[in-house]
Design a protein around this ligand. Sequence first.
Ligand SMILES: C[S@@+](CC[C@H](N)C(=O)[O-])C[C@H]1O[C@@H](n2cnc3c(N)ncnc32)[C@H](O)[C@@H]1O
Length: 239
Amino acid sequence: MLFNCPLSTNKAAQIINALNLKPTYKVVDLGCGNGEFLSRIQKNSNADCLGIDIDSSSIALAELKVPQHDLARKLRFLIADIRETQLKENSFELAVCIGSTHAFGDGEAAYPNALKQMNELVKPKGLILIGEGYWKRSPEQEYLDFLGNPAGIYNSHEQNIQQAESLGLIPMYVATSNQDEWDHFEWSFRMKAEQQVIAEPDNQTAQKKLKRIRKWNQYYRKFGRTTMGFGFYLYLKLE
Ligand SMILES: C[S@@+](CC[C@H](N)C(=O)[O-])C[C@H]1O[C@@H](n2cnc3c(N)ncnc32)[C@H](O)[C@@H]1O
């Protein structure tokens, strides 16, 4: 799986083209995972890109994407907890956070906290690209009970946009994940877990993980497929 969110390479290219970045720009990706999205931004724009993630194994994969000839180190990655990282305010032309708003706060506070903190990081006329879940329709109680707390999704698509507007951000462009992207995302998790158990039948940890993922997949098919949405929201900070 290239991205740790429901996103195809075509949709990623479409979103990155909409950013219209220049080589002089500074970009930060907060919760960048394996750095795939950020490395595509860097290739597209030659901007100065910094990716941050708390997970050292994700950053190790991200580092493999830094081109050997990148002597200027225009693509850099850092292992760090966003909650404890001080970045310079008003210093980036673009801040990105895709599927990682939980790094900014718990439960319902995650998305608005992410918006507020990213707003501080970008310069006036800078951009915020945030990938966040939304409910396509009201979720069944049985599904909410299964997801537990935090459920991870709290708003409708419209509410996600309105929350940003209430902070003075201007929505510039929005894309959403389609059914193919969702199915690919969810089934890739399952296939990986199934394959691991086939390869290592005595691995108890893999067995447990597969049990969890099969259950998740079953609820995805029954509820999530028609209920969960994921949006890529591009906002402008006016001043
Ligand atoms: C669902 S993944 C998304 C990764 C990537 N943005 C993508 O779309 O492929 C969420 C990422 O947030 C990172 N993360 C969670 N809490 C964090 C924190 N407090 N500081 C930094 N990264 C964090 C996780 O390690 C994980 O890589």
